[in-house]
Design a protein around this ligand. Structure first.
Ligand SMILES: Cc1ncc(COP(=O)(O)O)c(C=O)c1O
Length: 422
């Protein structure tokens, strides 16, 4: 029996489903989950000693690749000085200054430990600031697993959100779920319920139904509609922050949200996330305001050291043009072959982020993503795994090229995609 199978068996006895985050169970792609021994640069090594080129990148944080030496050294150095104090440290101040300098819409920032916590706090803050309860989130948008944001699929426009998890009770009408990219739906909700809306929350580039780009004018429309009704616009940039430039997607697009949530990249592979935005809004957080938020490990010195070093390296090395070039080359190569050979798929990409969608036409929202052939994706995932490539184990996720991937690896991947789908 393979070591990973044995580990999974043991895990299932003591961990629900054998995993500490559901998608790692491989339910969407079948087969036994991979167990990793180590990672370096673009590659991971399984417990069986197989080397895989990793395009999952821990779901996004590893824009510099695995175990980048400078980041590891920053972590080790910080840890040698003490792993946690629950007391303020100078590096938190420097890090907050760095984030505010890189993201002009962030006048103040609060550090937390996960994307879930950042978005949960942003939502509480929006409700506290506006004194309103209802929110607009987009169908298929994922904002972590806090109760208020687990309204998911199945609910139509202008009906109350329905929770996509047992144990979560969302009041009828608390969460509206228009389709991503549907401007008219948002206007309709604002027309009817505008004075009760606390926030419009959106991933400016959707990354949790596969990669789905905003259509022209969509984000501008959200900005205008939020302003029209006095709701706050929250950009969840947990995936997109520092992804396409050493700043947010909002800053690149020239759109100013009221609150931005960051995670993944800004933690450099450690548990660190943040929310920031307008000073008058951020001032509502305790201890200066009445919206409560706290954390034993918030602003943890080891995590901050990893995040700081990562951002410094991103600024110094500017890997973004080359990530975008590799992403574009990959998409062209696969998409041209798909058209020429009549393959039922296409690659959506932005910068170094991509999704291989098992559907011929581009995707604009969750309903269209759901038309993808998920069984074909599952088979594709496993064929790619056989060929030495690790992808996200679900059709509805984004894959990531890191600065550690060589052109040869990305082109090898593109060739393997064509081979795998024949
Ligand atoms: C856009 C977005 N927001 C929030 C989260 C939650 O972040 P975390 O898993 O760190 O809690 C994620 C996680 O994938 C995400 O993609």
């Amino acid at each position: 029996m393979k070591q990973s199978s044995r580990l999974f068996e043991r895990a299932q006895a003591v961990i629900p489903g054998g995993v500490n985050s559901p998608v790692r169970a491989f339910n969407a792609v079948g087969g036994n989950p991979v167990y990793v021994r180590s990672g370096r640069g673009s590659k991971i090594v399984t417990v069986e000693g197989r080397e895989l080129v990793d395009f999952c990148g821990s779901w996004g944080p590893l824009i510099l690749g695995h175990a980048r030496p400078e980041v590891v050294e920053a972590i080790a150095a910080a840890a040698r000085d003490g792993t946690t104090f629950g007391i303020n440290t100078p590096r938190e101040v420097e890090f907050a200054e760095l984030l505010c300098a890189q993201v002009p819409s962030m006048k103040q920032v609060r550090l937390v430990s996960s994307g879930t916590e950042a978005v949960m706090t942003a939502l509480r803050l929006a409700r506290g600031f506006t004194g309103r309860r209802r929110i607009v989130k987009f169908d298929g948008g994922y904002h972590g697993h806090s109760d208020g944001l687990l309204a998911g699929a199945g609910s139509g426009l202008l009906t109350g959100g329905i929770s996509s998890s047992a144990g979560v009770f969302i009041n009828e009408g608390d969460v509206f779920l228009p389709a991503y990219n549907d401007k008219e739906a948002v206007s309709e909700i604002v027309n009817r319920y505008g004075d009760e809306l606390a926030a419009i929350i959106v991933e400016p580039v959707a990354g949790n139904m596969g990669l789905v780009a905003p259509q022209d004018g969509f984000l501008e429309h959200l900005r205008a509609e939020a302003a029209r009704c006095g709701a706050l616009l929250i950009f969840d940039e947990v995936i997109t922050g520092f992804r396409f430039a050493p700043t947010t997607y909002g800053a690149l697009a020239g759109i100013t949200p009221d609150i931005t949530c960051l995670g993944k990249i800004i933690g450099g592979g450690m548990p660190l996330a943040a929310l920031g935005g307008r000073r008058d809004i951020m001032q509502c957080l305790a201890p200066c305001g009445s919206v409560y938020q706290a954390g034993t490990l918030s602003g943890n010195p080891v995590a901050v050291a990893a995040g700081m070093k990562t951002i410094e390296l991103l600024i110094a090395e500017n890997p973004y043009p080359s990530l975008a070039e590799l992403g574009a080359e990959l998409a062209v190569k696969v998409n041209d072959a798909a058209v020429a050979k009549g393959l039922p798929l296409h690659v959506a990409k932005m910068g170094g982020v991509f999704t291989v969608f098992f559907r011929r036409n581009p995707v604009r929202n969750l309903d269209e993503t759901k038309e993808c052939d998920t069984a074909a994706y599952a088979e594709f995932f496993n064929r790619m795994l056989e060929r030495g490539y690790y992808l996200p184990p679900s059709q509805f996720e984004a894959a990531f090229i890191s600065a550690a991937h060589s052109r040869k690896e990305v082109m090898g991947f593109a060739a393997a995609v064509q081979e795998a789908v024949q």
